[in-house]
Design a binder for this molecule. Structure first.
Ligand code: GN1
Ligand code: MG
Length: 320
């Protein structure tokens, strides 16, 4: 490849993720084009990644391979930003087996803990990211069609349920379970990937997204799995052991429903606006995703008291 001389091999598409374009090059490299309609300044994404690598010393993160001009990315003639990563021998899951839940919770909880003493700055890369009001306004302003009237009613029923929190520290911003690379044979996490939305926010959002994605799976167009309190408890055990005590159990218990609801609003708005943001394999995918996240949000919201009870009992070390 021109910008990474010495790197070669057949290029195939890796259809993971809803935003960037990802390719496997040969057997040993991952090539990505950062989506410029989502990230207005992809180089800011790369600077934030460099900040994260410097802070953590690279522990559990994958560093980009410098291009021939020494930068962590390369710009092509169209102005698109590309980056290359080593491809680790690893496994990732669309749906996590039970035995991996604690390790998944511990990986994301541990990353949050690593950044607890971060005093630097990060560049905002997406305006309004994780801001429910922003997404509701985006939905309200979208052209409506009759096919979504049931979803709009369900959204109206929940739209004032979630209050924004004031807690701000470094979070991953996209704690989907397929952003974890596991050891090929063991249960340990080798790497946490996709730091594109590293930002200042509420760590409860990361916890919420971890829980959401555990039940939703990574392709949200499929129906979400039934809630399992046992699976939730395993996630909590790992997360809390690595993260430490949470400041407010109620906020963490509400976060899975909050994140599912916000994503439902985002998917529905995008469907109504012609799939401008999330990639779709076919028209209607974002509507299916919105429906699945909305159903999940309702179930998680109804289960909030039980989730709080479990977080509380894990935090107290009951049953250990
Ligand atoms: C997007 O592309 P991916 O899958 O890493 C999205 C997340 C959503 C997620 C839902 C920048 O992430 O916010 O939670 O889809 N990323 C961006 O699957 O919007
Ligand atoms: Mg992402």
């Amino acid at each position: 490849m021109r910008h990474w001389p010495g790197v070669s091999g057949a290029i195939r598409v890796l259809a993971d993720g809803h935003i960037n374009d990802t390719y496997v090059v040969g057997e040993r490299h991952i090539l990505q084009r950062i989506n410029r309609s989502v990230f207005a300044d992809p180089t800011a994404v790369m600077r934030n990644l460099a900040t994260a690598l410097a802070h953590t010393g690279g522990h559990l993160l994958v560093a980009p391979i410098p291009s021939c001009d020494g930068r962590s990315f390369a710009l092509d003639a169209d102005g698109d930003c590309w980056r290359l990563f080593p491809r680790l021998a690893s496994r990732s899951f669309a749906t996590l087996p039970d035995a991996f839940l604690e390790a998944a919770g511990a990986a994301f909880g541990g990353l949050l803990a690593t950044f607890a003493d971060f005093e630097g700055t990060l560049e905002p890369v997406i305006p309004g990211f994780h801001d429910l009001e922003h997404y509701l306004a985006h939905l309200d302003g979208a052209p409506k069609s009759g096919e979504v009237s049931a979803e709009l009613r369900q959204i109206d029923a929940l739209r004032t349920t979630f209050q924004p929190s004031a807690e701000r520290r470094v979070i991953h911003g996209d704690c989907k379970i397929n952003n974890l690379l596991f050891h090929p044979r063991e249960r340990s996490v080798l790497a946490i990937i996709d730091l594109d939305t590293l930002m200042f926010g509420d760590p409860a959002w990361d916890f919420g997204d971890l829980v959401r994605s555990t039940f939703a799976g990574s392709e949200e167009a499929n129906a979400a799995a039934a809630l399992s309190l046992q699976r939730f408890e395993r996630l909590c055990r790992g997360f809390l052991a690595a993260f430490g005590d949470v400041d407010e159990v109620g906020r963490y218990a509400a976060a899975p429903a909050y994140m599912s609801f916000m994503l439902a609003v985002r998917f529905l708005a995008d469907h109504l606006r012609g799939d401008a943001y999330f990639k779709v394999a076919r028209r209607g995918d974002n509507l299916l995703r919105a429906r699945s996240q909305l159903g999940l949000a309702q179930r998680l919201h109804a289960a909030t008291p039980e989730l709080a009870r479990i977080i509380d009992s894990v935090a107290r070390g009951d049953g250990r």
